[in-house]
Design a protein around this ligand. Structure first.
Ligand SMILES: [Zn+2]
Length: 418
């Protein structure tokens, strides 16, 4: 079915956007008269943008929002997150995932790169929405080879049994070098290479992780260790990468490894400052991510863009670092190209992954520098309508089914915290 977004501001022009199936086919003023059969989506007082690409998420952690604030990463994981996560039932994975999807729809994220347990339940949650994602099967053996071997079997079974719906990609996860035996790292390396699957991994998030890796692996940093295992390539997406040496930077560049900046999480856990300029100067592909809802504490990519830009400026006492346009491009077209989502820009030929921002929101006024408003002023709450792969997921702030998800996820969260 044809759809037309009518009278929305795109750049500096009021236009109609014609969507046929999943694709934007025409952008021009006054298209509605030519297509009387199209469903009209009201674009008055809105500005159209591509939806945002979240490079690193742990979706079901929406249930753990507010748990273990103000702790260091190691203690936070070992004394708070992992004990709570060990109490998760299938229902929690499912409804926590559904709640995250609601938040992403609400705040304008059109694609996310997921790292969490029980990915089949996240895939099930995705059946209820047209949001795009990469769902990754995780291996985290906590340095126990027998646990690892069981996870390898589960991983093989997942890829034999799972067929991803349109718009959803499958991949693998290694939680980190410090939560996996060398055997598991190598097993995923080979498994992913055989099937040309991506690998998502946390790398060099804290100074402590780097120190411990160096003392356990003959002086090698996590990046050097992964390189020595032949594990880095352009199929690898490394989250955080805060603590990098000159050699680490060179390795990431030469292997084509992509990295994800998670500014809110890095600041909240006091992990450190992502070396943005050093990575960009070496043409390392860079993504932006929120991390999970317990280390952020939301999944709002508009807020994340602002934090990324401000963190770079203050850390290097240089207001010219990481401009609004640069971080906006990373969170839209740059991310879309790295993940191959087909979207990332509002133009003919692209998939219709579109958000309409509310121009009546004070945060979007006045509307003369829209990219500035998006990065420095607006929040995800100013997203009024959200379209993904041509499907309308939220219209005029209304998301069908929200009340049910709110109720079920609330029940799960209360039980977990009791
Ligand atoms: Zn993470």
């Amino acid at each position: 079915m044809k759809k037309i977004i009518q009278n929305t501001l795109l750049g500096s022009e009021i236009v109609d956007i014609l969507i046929e199936g999943r694709t934007i086919t025409k952008v021009s003023p006054a298209l509605a008269a030519e297509h009387p059969d199209a469903r009209i989506i009201n674009g008055e007082n809105t500005a159209a943008f591509p939806s945002l690409i979240n490079g690193h998420t742990h979706s079901p952690m929406t249930l753990l929002r507010g748990a273990g604030d103000d702790m260091a990463l190691k203690e936070w994981l070992e004394n708070c997150m992992w004990p709570l996560e060990s109490r998760f039932t299938d229902e929690d994975f499912y409804w926590g995932g559904r709640m995250a999807l609601m938040e992403m729809v609400r705040t304008g994220t059109g694609f996310f790169n997921e790292m969490y347990f029980n990915p089949h339940l996240m895939l099930k949650a995705l059946e209820k929405t047209n949001l795009k994602a990469r769902i990754n099967f995780p291996v985290m053996d906590l340095n126990d080879l027998e646990t690892g071997k069981k996870m390898w079997k589960d991983c093989e079974r997942f890829f034999t049994e799972t067929e991803a719906p349109e718009g959803v990609q499958l991949g693998t996860v290694l939680h980190s070098v410090y939560t996996n035996t060398r055997e598991s790292l190598e097993w995923i390396r080979d498994f992913a290479a055989e099937r040309e699957l991506p690998i998502h991994i946390h790398v060099s998030e804290t100074a402590r992780e780097v120190e411990e890796c160096r003392s356990a692996n003959g002086g090698m940093s996590p990046v050097e260790y992964l390189k020595s295992l032949n594990l880095l390539s352009n199929r690898v997406i490394a989250a955080h990468t805060v603590h990098l040496s000159e050699n680490d930077l060179a390795i990431l560049a030469e292997t084509g490894t992509a990295v994800v900046h998670n500014p809110a999480s890095n600041m909240k856990l006091a992990s450190g400052v992502f070396p943005y300029k050093a990575l960009r100067d070496r043409n390392v592909p860079i993504l932006l991510g929120t991390d999970g809802a317990s280390s952020n504490n939301n999944l709002d990519m508009l807020e994340e863009m602002k934090l990324a830009a401000l963190l770079q400026k203050v850390s290097f006492e240089d207001p010219t670092r990481l401009s609004a346009q640069e971080i906006f491009d990373i969170a839209t077209i740059g991310g879309a190209e790295i993940f191959g989502t087909g979207g990332g820009a509002v133009e003919p030929g692209k998939e219709a992954d579109i958000i309409l921002m509310d121009l009546k929101s004070p945060a979007m006024f006045p509307a003369w520098n829209l990219i500035s408003n998006m990065v420095y002023s607006a929040s995800g709450m100013d997203v009024k309508t959200h379209i993904s792969g041509g499907a309308v997921l939220m219209e005029n702030f209304e998301i069908p089914g929200y009340d049910k998800v709110f109720e079920e996820a609330g029940r799960c969260a209360r039980r977990l915290m009791s």
